[in-house]
Design a binder for this molecule. Sequence first.
Ligand code: IPE
Ligand code: MG
Length: 271
Amino acid sequence: MNTSEEVGDLAKIFNSLMNLTRRFIFRVLCVGPIPNHISFIMDGNRRFAKKHNLKELDAGHRAGFVSVTYVLQYCKEIGVPYVTLYAFGVDNFKREPEEVKCVMDLMLEKVELTIEQAISGNLKGLRVIFAGDLNSLNERLRAAAQRLMEVTEDNRGLVVVVCVAYSTSHEILHAVRESCVRKCDDGNGPAVLEVNDIEECMYTSVVPDPDLVIRTGGRDRLSNFMTWQTSRSLLHTTGALWPELGLWHLVWAILKFQRMQDYLQKKQKLD
Ligand code: IPE
Ligand code: MG
């Protein structure tokens, strides 16, 4: 056996040990309540690139996509049914056109890859839903996003909502307009809109409200992300940049959610 084969074997053993340890940690974690829906505000990609002196424009965002893969895998293993990812905000379109293009191209690359995985049966039950103003995406990305939603719509595993071209203000505006069309244009004259009418027309109405919001990048704000849906959610922020988010950050956030259970449940009953 030569040195590279030995290194390969050691890496395999190390990986198996890590997998076992992770599964053990998740078993212990699952003794307590697990959030039904976790939302992630993925912040800090560019700072990650800067910190590591990565020069390519897409380097930080590329690292961010790797993090998405791990985080989804962990959520699936823990048994979280719904995950929302804040991938691109309406305001992010105000960034330099080169950067916007770069993120859109990267997203297209990942969406097309995921379509291939879904078709070849390698997605293990994952269902992907895009939420936001999809009309503001370029045609190719919009079509790919649509296709990915179609090819995964019968999957019954983890539901992942990808928020692109999304902001709550835009979502509410869209929902109010849509509910007016549905309710006021039905030929029965003027109608009174109820909260339910608006909620039904929200982009994210396909999933329950988040129980836990995790924001990376060290900023303690919601940045126009699901502000309507998170009045009873626990907000956990971490200084870790999105590409740095690891197993322990996630475990720590869920432990905090478990510690706060009594308080969160009391709030749900009172509101
Ligand atoms: C989040 O990371 C990713 C997107 C909004 C596309 P940023 O790009 O905001 O990175 P920082 O916060 O500037 O480091
Ligand atoms: Mg940022």
